[in-house]
Design a protein around this ligand. Sequence first.
Ligand code: FAD
Length: 428
Amino acid sequence: MHRVVIVGGGFAGLHAARHLGHLDVSVTLIDTRNFHLFQPLLYQVATASLSPANIAAPLRTILKNQKNTTVLMGQVIDIDVEKREVVLEDARVPYDSLLLATGARHQYFGRDDWEKYAPGLKTIEDALNIRQRILTAFELAERETDPKAIERLLNFVIIGSGPTGVELAGALCEVSRQTLTREFRNIDPSKAHIIILERQNRVLPMYPDELSKNAGDTLRALGAELRPGVVVTDITKQGVEIEVNGGKEFIPTANVIWAAGVLASPMGKKLAEKTGAELDPAGRVKVDDHLHLPGHPEIFVLGDLAHCPGPKGTPLPAVAPVATQMGRYAAQVIEDQLANRTTPPFNYHDLGSMATIGRSNAVAQLPWFKLSGFLAWVAWLFIHLMNLIEFQNRVLVLMQWSWNYVTWRRAARLITEVPTIQCEHEKG
Ligand SMILES: Cc1cc2nc3c(=O)[nH]c(=O)nc-3n(C[C@H](O)[C@H](O)[C@H](O)COP(=O)(O)OP(=O)(O)OC[C@H]3O[C@@H](n4cnc5c(N)ncnc54)[C@H](O)[C@@H]3O)c2cc1C
């Protein structure tokens, strides 16, 4: 039987596995985690709206009815291209077709030392870390007497104003202005200063002017400060140094969130070393028009790990619909190969993109029209709900959102561990 090995159970890997479920092939899905994560809602975990289990589902459960599919938890550390085996620390798994979909992480453009002070948002652990930092900052401020230290604790700086930065900022404004009011005695949480730093001259730079302006206006109305045209030059325990109009400025803060760059998973580099594959500056592997690693029709590279040019020649964006369509397409190519059919080149159907700002506003760039405001927000809610993998998660998230909407509360406000950086603040 034809052996298909899929590395990565994210959007690309999981959708490929599901499509292969009805074929006469043996499928092995390998992931370091035992769950599929719906990353677009991670910011809601980071801002205490949702719990981790609301946006994750066990891969085994999702694929339990696919008799031809085995799920293995483990980290793939190498690919033996000659022997056609993927290498785990303690095992080797042979393949006839290999689908690599190991996703991406954030990148700090050569300043990895900033990660300690400015965590990015990519995994459940990242989201919980950011949630603890945000909540701990308010707790420490409540106990602080020095006004300068309070100011530093209540300054929240988000670097990058793509969808993740904008969504985080909107949610943070609501946490400070609505959820936490009346709960503290010594500080006024609504005085928290939420600052978005953006290198380009507007927020959501990849969206049309009109939607970007709309998003900016909404964020300002919620209480955020937008700082476009700013270059971050340093991040330390004390705060963020920026360059603006040729001059330097320092923002004292204990809370920095990095939402500024994406770097493909190390699997890309590994493939390049093994096969001479070409990488783009974001570490993504350049693929051919059938999503193959050039010269290796048995290896597909999918999702955030792949550099695939779109109709305008620029690479397709690192978003869930691209990964999903790539996963399904690779499975279709395998099906066609086994039936001696040819498959036309991959053609991405752009379904548009959306970002939500606060609890009743969003912007949406759809194939035929643009939408903003309440209607866009309702569309955002519906689309995200329907794309959650498990029916149980859809129900739980819908209930949680409804409760949050009516009460302004955020149920998942637990601090289980004070982040190291804030322990250091306590020690002075
Ligand atoms: C905070 C955030 C918000 C986002 N919001 C949106 C949005 O609103 N709309 C949108 O369309 N997109 C959004 N995205 C982007 C979208 O989530 C990604 O484009 C999508 O997840 C990419 O899918 P993928 O399958 O390539 O990788 P992923 O979904 O990242 O999955 C990769 C999988 O590979 C596994 N893995 C990695 N390395 C190994 C290894 N060595 N061995 C075994 N397993 C491994 C990982 O554990 C993971 O399960 C967002 C992303 C983030 C981080």
